[in-house]
Ligand binder design. Structure first.
Ligand code: NAG
Ligand code: NAG
Ligand code: NAG
Ligand code: NAG
Length: 510
């Protein structure tokens, strides 16, 4: 019953090429919105966008089967969850639709990963899947802020919550195990990281569902119960702001082992922010401030992050991922409290990052020359860079922007705005890089039917996204009759490999 008409795209593609702005143009436009301090080369909006673009252009596998940034083997699986969370925080921080190309691709990849990797429940570590769930939930918060919503991301996060709670026991008074496979002695560890991550997942899920058992009560307790257990077990001390890494449950001894790590603080303060948001209890923010002040004392020098490995120029992989999460926590807590001590760390670290830039890479080792990372390490460093740049945007917005000069990302990048889905009568749009030009109707069609790219390779080289208006649906065709998708229901945006590599034509219903 689908009316089919041939749609000649050649003219259309030619006509939109002029509107196709390269990444450099977006960066230039973003620089222009920094009017005080941090001008031009230091403008955090432009730096963060640059870093985010580097990350999304390094995706090996857009369907997320191997964790987005690793090829064939899921080499940096949990770290990819950290990366998803960093991108989600970036979108929330920018508050602009001009980042749509990155946002749409990220959203697509997060959903595909959930579909292809068992809703993120993939390894036997409760923390691994929680990184993904938390990235997904933070992304969903951004999606909701645009007036849109998904079901897939919440579903995946709830499955992670359910799985993590399966590994919570009464041994040593409560707490979630870090690992539940067959390797000993890991099986006896209840770690701070698994528990603070799950606190965040549950408290943030509450912001969507308002299910009170996510906070307290329920068979396995909720985010508040986990926090209380962390305090009574001694893993956290809210008076001193100290924390320990692990509670070893072997022989029911309940032994505290390991010192504290930057990322535990980074996640903890975000979990406390989510708890305060859910309950209205200011005490959680007071606690977060005690923890962060202790962490700043422990892990910085001259307001720049400084860990043991920095002394010997040996920071690698995990440590680099950890400190990026710390900056994410600093940024969120700054946003909530506007505390100058936190701002000082963010600013000093941000400037140190810029001063140590090598080529187009922003290094995260901020106090020495241990910055020559390649491959996966480089990607992990870049997640942290993005978190630091997003934190700097939050400081910039509050400290350097007057209300008259409030940056408007969307206006700055006028012409790159996404197509307005509320326009009447349109069923679909095809967009080139960086989003659909405003009022550029040639990109949209209000006649339903079959669209194909003529005999030129236009889909491959030009098209980055397809918008199907609410209430309509779309079918994708692979080249040379090699296959077709189902009707994709309730379609909004579709981006990624499907369009760039595989798809020859689409049908849109009416
Ligand atoms: C705080 O809660 C509200 C309502 O539950 C929600 O809309 C908002 O996204 C939450 N904010 C954060 C940062 O979790
Ligand atoms: C745990 O307790 C058992 C028995 O009480 C003891 O033999 C063992 O050494 C303890 N282990 C640790 C790590 O403290
Ligand atoms: C970075 O490391 C690679 C090999 O790991 C080496 O070939 C290259 O010269 C190094 N670059 C710098 C600037 O140190
Ligand atoms: C819809 O298509 C008709 C031609 O069929 C055209 O005249 C009209 O301008 C289009 N409307 C929009 C909003 O694109």
């Amino acid at each position: 019953m689908w009316k089919k008409i041939i749609f000649i795209l050649a003219l259309f593609i030619l006509s939109v090429t002029a509107f196709d702005p390269p990444v450099e143009n977006v960066i230039k436009a973003l620089r222009s919105i920094c009017t005080e301090k941090f001008l031009d080369d230091q403008c955090p909006y432009a730096i963060a966008y640059d870093i985010a673009t580097q990350l999304t252009s390094q995706w090996y596998d857009h369907d997320g089967r191997y964790g987005l940034w690793s090829n064939i083997l899921a080499k940096i699986w949990w770290q990819s969850g950290v990366g998803l969370w960093a991108l989600a925080e970036f979108f929330n921080t920018m508050e602009g639709r001009a980042t749509d190309k990155l946002y749409l691709a990220t959203r697509w990849a997060a959903i595909e990963t959930a579909k292809n990797r068992n809703n993120y429940v993939f390894t036997e570590y409760t923390d691994d899947q929680a990184w993904w769930a938390n990235g997904a939930l933070r992304l969903e918060q951004y999606i909701r802020s645009t007036g849109d919503a998904t079901v897939e991301l919440l579903k995946a996060a709830q499955i992670v919550i359910n799985d993590n709670l399966k590994h919570e026991t009464e041994t040593c008074g409560g707490g979630i195990y870090w690992y539940h496979g067959f390797l000993r002695p890991f099986r006896t560890a209840k770690t701070t990281i698994s528990n603070v991550l799950t606190m965040f997942t549950m408290a943030t899920m509450f912001s969507f569902t308002h299910d009170a058992t996510l906070l307290h009560g329920g068979i396995h307790g909720g985010a508040i119960d986990i926090y209380n257990w962390l305090l009574t077990s001694g893993l956290l001390n809210a008076q001193t702001g100290d924390q320990k890494d692990t509670l070893d449950t072997a022989h029911d001894n309940c032994t505290l082992v390991g010192g504290s790590l930057t990322y535990e603080y980074g996640v903890l303060v975000q979990a406390l922010i989510a708890l305060e948001n859910a309950t209205g209890h200011a005490q959680y923010i007071s606690d977060a401030m005690i923890f962060i002040q202790n962490a700043i004392k422990k892990f910085t020098q001259n307001n720049i992050i400084y860990e043991k490995c920095d002394q010997t120029n040996t920071c690698q992989g995990d440590q680099l991922a950890f400190r990026g999460v710390f900056y994410q926590g600093l940024g969120r807590l700054y946003e909530r409290t506007k505390d100058d001590r936190i701002a000082n760390v963010i600013e000093a670290s941000y400037l140190a990052m810029l001063s140590r830039k090598i080529g187009n890479h922003y290094p995260l080792s901020l106090i020495n020359d241990n910055n020559n990372f390649t491959g996966y390490d480089q990607i992990i460093v870049t997640f942290g860079d993005l978190n630091l740049a997003s934190a700097m945007i939050k400081v910039y917005k509050n400290k350097y922007v007057t209300s008259e000069s409030k940056p408007n990302i969307d206006l700055a990048i006028h012409g790159l705005l996404p197509f307005d889905t509320t326009q009447q009568g349109l069923t679909g749009c095809v967009c080139v890089d960086d989003g659909c030009p405003r009022e550029h109707e040639a990109q949209c069609f209000n006649n339903s039917g079959h669209k194909e790219p003529t005999n030129r390779d236009n889909w491959k080289s030009k098209i980055s996204a397809i918008l199907v208006a609410p209430g309509h649906q779309m079918m994708l065709f692979k080249s040379k009759g090699a296959g077709r998708s189902d009707w994709l229901q309730n379609s909004l945006w579709y981006v990624g490999d499907d369009f760039n590599k595989n798809i020859d034509a689409i049908d849109i219903d009416y």
